[in-house]
Design a protein around this ligand. Structure first.
Ligand code: NDP
Ligand code: HSE
Length: 441
């Protein structure tokens, strides 16, 4: 372990910042901090002067609008280990070298601000502990829902509240795709192509559409809302690639809208469910009106009741505002010689397997249109104790599509039902099995 050099004795009337990364978020953050028109307000909010002493990038030859060349370096290790750097702002992303760079900074007592959800979801508890051991802060407001200040709200304003449930639309790309499918009646591929053309989705959209990004954000929300550890535990994750235009249409006709939601929910005394999956959301639920690339987080507190935050969950400028808020807090903390204690982890909490949870489900089957098929399908539901709330049948030449909405059913029973339905000769395909939030109609 490298030697700790205390920064507390240094001149706190001037705070020096080293930035790793000058991409979408890093570039916006650096330009914002260097903006002469903002200087007075920033110094006022920080209660000290702020100076960027270096910006580490991978490729020094890339043009960097608004960032003086003299600040740029391709040697991030030297930047984070400079003993005059008080705050390291990590905006490179990925697990490595971000983790190593952050550890180097924390070990010498520098504060770290990061937007790196993947890293915090995987190693957040250990990094927070390391920060605490070295009397430093580790701040990551921008890691969840970009510009929405939800983490500080959970950590501070709601610190004394028992949070029973968090529901979030925490991935802008998938919300854009599902909104396009809903509003323009297009299929998944066409909506994804539009998201890519507009720069919301990356050329490889896996992290967004398979819900890896949302799952990392759910982990972070859960740690602050309920007290779970940030140790890279895998949580139940289902993306949006299987959502079809006709599911979106069924939802619309039935008074719902399909959203990719992240869920943190208490289950019993010490149980907690963390998951992300598409869901039919009733149109009168506050999350149903969150369109396009916007994010929203809905929190149900035992005493506060329902609360909701809405805003831009991505984009360089919006995300950089959250980074700036953390940097100003870090600067104030350095001036006052304080640092945050790590968030507490409730060791009694146990993850509840999604198979044991109950929900209302929308299930869509394509079947052969013959006498007795509906009775055979209904018998399978019945054998697994699944009660049907509604059913519609649409003719498809010689076939038929059966759309069911169940009453509350245990997920493991639904899984067993689908497995048995697949064995019926009359069932050609199972097109959808999507949870309905909000319980019974
Ligand atoms: P970008 O890919 O746009 O930028 C990454 C930057 O990091 C680039 O400037 C790159 O250098 C630099 N970089 C990468 N590896 C290294 C390294 N080893 N040493 C030095 N510099 C390095 O990413 P974003 O700005 O989009 O994202 C940054 C972080 O913010 C990520 O953790 C992301 O998850 C998070 N975030 C992003 C949001 C967004 O809307 N974009 C929203 C919320 C969070 P070079 O330019 O030379 O390639
Ligand atoms: N890719 C994310 C989204 C933004 O689409 O919301 C970064 O968290």
């Amino acid at each position: 372990m490298s030697e700790t050099i205390s920064l507390r004795s240094m001149d706190s009337s001037h705070v020096r910042i080293g930035v790793i990364g000058a991409g979408f978020v890093g570039g916006a953050f650096v330009r914002s901090l260097l903006d002469p028109e903002r200087q007075v307000a920033l110094v006022d909010a920080a209660t000290t002067t702020l100076e960027i002493v270096g910006v580490a990038v991978r490729d020094l030859s890339k043009p960097r609008e608004g960032i003086p060349a003299a600040l740029l370096t391709d040697d991030a290790v030297t930047l984070v280990t400079r003993d005059d750097v008080d705050i390291v702002v990590e905006l490179a992303g990925g697990l490595e070298p971000a983790k190593t760079l952050i550890e180097l900074a924390l070990r010498r007592g520098a504060t770290v601000v990061t937007a790196n959800k993947a890293l915090i979801a995987e190693h957040g508890t250990a990094l927070a502990q390391l920060a605490h051991e070295h009397e430093a802060d580790l701040l990551y407001e921008a890691a969840v829902a970009g510009g929405i200040p939800i983490l500080r709200a959970l950590r501070s304003s709601l610190a004394g509240e028992k949070i029973n449930q968090v529901l979030g639309i925490v991935n802008g790309t998938t919300n854009f795709i599902l909104s396009k499918m809903t509003q323009d009646n297009v299929d998944y591929d066409a909506a994804l192509a539009q998201a890519q053309a507009l720069g919301y989705a990356e050329a490889d959209p896996t992290a967004d559409v398979e819900a890896f990004d949302a799952a990392a954000k759910v982990q972070i929300l859960s740690s602050l809302a309920i007290g779970t550890a940030l140790v890279g535990e895998s949580i139940s994750r289902e993306g949006i690639t299987a959502v079809r235009a006709l599911d979106v249409d069924f939802a619309r006709r039935s008074g719902y809208v399909i959203k990719l939601i992240g869920v943190v929910e208490r289950a019993g005394e010490h149980g907690v469910s963390r998951r992300t999956h598409p869901a039919l959301v009733p149109i009168d639920h506050p999350l149903a009106s969150v369109h396009g690339a916007m994010n929203a987080v809905f929190v149900e507190g035992a005493r506060s009741g329902p609360l909701m935050w809405l805003g831009q969950g991505a984009g360089g400028e919006a995300t950089a505002t959250a980074v700036m808020g953390d940097v100003l807090l870090a600067a104030r903390n350095r001036v006052s010689g304080r640092h945050d204690i790590p968030f507490s982890v409730d060791d009694r909490l146990v993850s509840v397997d999604v198979a044991d949870l109950s929900s209302v489900f929308y299930i869509s089957l394509d079947v052969i249109d013959e006498p007795g098929v509906l009775a055979a399908v209904a018998a399978v539901f019945g054998r697994h104790k699944i009660s049907i709330q509604s059913m519609e049948q649409n003719g498809l030449a010689h076939d038929a599509r059966l759309n069911f909405v169940t009453h509350e059913a245990r997920t493991s029973d639904v899984t067993a039902t689908l497995a048995e339905l697949r064995t019926l000769a009359a069932v050609e395909s199972i097109g959808a099995c999507i949870r309905v939030i909000g319980g019974e109609a």
